[in-house]
Design a protein. Structure first.
Lengths: 113, 111
């Protein structure tokens, strides 16, 4: 039973560039949430996707956008990267109706120079 | 700002000792969860306690919840070096549809 997978594991970008991060949910899960974790802090909720639509959104600017595909996998896109976007980006999957129980992927570490 | 706040920020103990971490939160919750994170990797779910529960056990873990004080504690008994990690509490509110994390407690267990 495959768990949550994320790609790439590490990424280095420069300010102003755009980045796309990918997530495949745990088998059987249909809901994907994205979190940003800055160094030394807890994860902060970015948004959640279910049925290919954004259902919930945290306090993040429109530079952060996402997509969910029919196979439930998801992408996180960040435009016009800022130095402050450097963080570990975590994807979590769950089953609708049981969103409280989330399974996290290993994360993508993004460094913006 | 984050919903949950863990206390202490850092904790260092000897193997075999017990470790206690506390979490306070601000708004009403449906449940509270504790996670472990090793060296900036993904989070591992440890235990979930619902708002109508006061205490829950799982192996060497004991979690308490006091909704009147909006606080929770995680006790790890007979700690091991492998327990060295960051521990986070997360509150879940059904209406908000999301989990809100604190900034964590970094636990170091010395062999």
């Amino acid at each position: 039973d495959a768990g949550v997978t994320q790609s790439p594991t590490h990424l280095i970008k420069t300010r102003g560039q755009q980045v796309t991060l990918r997530c495949s949910p745990k088998s059987g899960h249909d809901t994907v949430s994205w979190y940003q974790q800055a160094l030394g802090q807890g994860p902060q909720f970015i948004f959640q996707y279910y049925e290919e639509e954004e259902r919930q959104r945290g306090n993040f600017p429109d530079r952060f956008s996402g997509h969910q595909f029919p196979n439930y996998s998801s992408e996180l896109n960040v435009n016009a990267l800022l130095l402050g976007d450097s963080a570990l980006y975590l994807c979590a999957s769950s089953l609708v109706g049981f969103q409280e129980t989330q399974y996290f992927g290993p994360g993508t570490r993004l460094l913006v120079l | 700002s984050q919903q949950g706040e863990e206390d202490p920020q850092a904790l260092s103990i000897q193997e075999g000792e017990n470790a206690t971490m506390n979490c306070s939160y601000k708004t009403s919750i449906n449940n509270l969860q504790w996670y472990r994170q090793n060296s900036g990797r993904g989070l591992v779910h440890l235990i979930l306690i619902r708002s109508n529960e006061r205490e829950k056990h799982s192996g060497r873990l004991r979690v308490t919840l006091d909704t009147s004080k909006k606080s929770s504690s995680l006790l790890i008994t007979a700690s091991r070096a492998a327990d060295t990690a960051s521990y986070f509490c997360a509150t879940y509110n059904t209406n908000a549809g999301k989990s809100t994390f604190g900034d964590g407690t970094t636990l170091t267990v010395k062999p």
